[in-house]
Design a protein around this ligand. Sequence first.
Ligand code: GLC
Length: 621
Amino acid sequence: MTGKSLFEIRLCAREKELSEKYMSLYGRDGGYERLISLMRGYYEKRSPQLRKLDREREKNPDWFRNGRMLGVTMYPQLFAGNLKGLIEKLDYLSEQKITYLHLMPLLKMPHPYNDGGYAVEDFCTVDPAIGSNRDLEALTKELRRRGISLCLDVVMNHTADTHEWALRARAGEQEYIDRYQCYDTYEIPAQFERTMPEVFPATAPGNFTWNAEMHKYVLTTFYPYQWDLNYKNPAVFREMMGNILFLANLGVEVFRIDAVPYIWKELGTVCRNLPQVHAIVRMLRMILEIVCPAVILKGEVVMAPRELPAYFGTPREPECHILYGVSSMVNLWSALAAGDARLLKHQMDVIHSLPANCYFVNYLRCHDDIGWGLDEDEERRLQIDPFLHKEYLYRFFTGEFPGSFAKGELYNYDPDTKDARSCGTAASLCGVEKGIEENDPAQTALGVRRVLLMHAAGMSLAGFFMISSGDEIGQLNDYGYRDDPDLAADSRYLHRSRFSWQNAALRGQEGTVQHEIWEGLRRLERVRREHPCFQEDARVTTWDTNSMPVFAIRRSRGEGEMVCLANFSGQEQTACLPQLYGEYTDVFTGERVDPGRVRLEPYRYLWCEKKEIGSEKRREM
Ligand code: GLC
C-alpha cells in the first residue's frame, strides 16, 4: 500500500464530517479544498520514521493510557539554558523514567514581554534564544529513541502583536486586519465587555486594547500585546492548522491547545466554551487523524468542572484525547489546606462517572497559578461557604493564615470581587520552605511528607501524572522575579525559576530534602509502572473511609486490588473502609493493613495491595 493511499483512506473515512463541519462555519465558498491540499502537502512531507509511528499508533490508539506514562513539564531555558543543553541533560529525565515531556512555549516570541512564551511571533520558528528548528528536530528524535513523547503548546487564541499578521494589520492591510477582531469605535467592544469576564483583572484589565496605528480597538482577552485571532475567518483556521502540522512534522507528538475555550466569540455571551469552539477542536482532531495519527491533543481547559467533559467530544465525534485534571489539582490543594478530603472525593466521583473517552493528565503544579475553581454546589451541600473557603485557601497558601505552613503569593487579586489565585512551588506550598527558613528540621520533614502525600494522592488517580520540573527535588520559591521590572507584575515567576543542578546533585545524598523527595517519587513511579492495578484497564473508584481527612482510591484489575490512602491532616487518623475484607499490605513498607481499622500518621499515605493466592508469583514480575 502506498503512503499516498493511506492519506486518502483516512480522509475518505472522515471527509463527510470534516467537510460538513468546515462548511457549517465557513460556508461552501470558504476554501475547503485549500484545507485538503494543505493537509496533503504536510502528509507528503512527513518523514518515514514519523509515518511508521503513525501506523503503529493507529493500531494502538490508546498508547497514552499506558500505566507507564509519567510526564514532566518545564521551561527548557530554565532547565538547561536552551534546547541543545536540554539534549545533553536527557539522562536526568530518563533517570526519572518519564515518557512525556511538556516544554513550555519555545517558538519565536517578543522580548521581554511575552507572557512566558504565550505571545507567539512565528508559529514555525523556534525562538533564537532557545534554539533552532534543527535543535527541536534533533530533540524530538532523541526523545523518541528514549521512549519520551514531546508535548508543545499551540497558542490557538492569539498571536503576539509583533507577529507578521499583526504587523501587516498595523500597517493597514485589510486582509490582516480581518485576521483579528478590530473595531473602529468602542460601541461593540462595550457590548462585549458587558458579558465577557476578564482573565487578568489585575495585570491586564479589560478585553480590548486601543491601537493608535490602526485607529482601532483590538480584542485582547489576555495581555494587550496578545491579539485574539478571528476564527470566523477561514484563512485563520487554515493557517493555524498548517502551523500545527508543520510542528507535527518536526516530531511533536502531543499538542497542548492553549486557552482553547476562548477561541470563538459571540456578542451577548461569555465568549467561552461556545459550540463553534468544539467544531474547531473536532476538525483539528480529524485533521491530525488524517495527516499524522501518531499525534494527540491535550486541551488546556481551565474551566468549571461541568465544562470539562464536552472537550472530549463524544465517543463518535471525539475531540481532545486528554485534558488537564485541573479540578483534581485544585481539590488536592484544597484538601491539604483544609485537612478535609470530601470535596476531592466528590470531584473524583464526578470524574469516574464520565464516559470512557475522558482521560486526564494529573498534576500538582505547572507554570501557571492555582485558580480556585471548586464545585460550589457541592461546597454548599457540605455547608462550606464557597466564597469564604476560597478566601481561606488563597490566604492559607500565602502563609498569612494563622497556623499555615505554606509560603506562596497571590496572583491577580481582584479587590472588587475578592477573587485571587495562588502561586508557589509544591515544596514551598507544602511547608518545606518555612521549615528550612525557620531552621526547624521537624517542620521541614513534615513539609517533605506533605510533598510526597500530594504526589502519592495525585499519582493514585485515574489518568497519568505530570511532575513540574524541580518539584522532584523540592525546589523552593524564587523571589528574585520581584527585582526584575519585566517580571515583577506577574507572580507566576515565583515558581518559574532556574533549575538548580547543584540541588539536583543532592538527590543521591541521604538525609537531604532532595534525596527524600526524589526517592519517594521514584518509589511511587516504580509501583505505577510495574503494578497491574495501574494498567490502563484497571477499574478506578473512590472509597469511603469514614474519616474526613482520609482520601481513598481503589484500583482493581482482575483478581488484583490496590487501595491508595492519603491522610490530608496533620493529626493521626483512623480510617475504616467498608466492605473491604482480607489481608492488605502497604507496598512500600510491607506493613500489614486491616481495612476495618487503618491508622494513618499525619500526612501519611499507604498503597495497600490485597494479598491473594498467587500474588507472590505476580510480584516477582
Ligand atoms: C494559558 C497559559 C498561560 C497564558 C495564557 C494565555 O492559560 O497556560 O500561561 O498566560 O494561556 O496564553
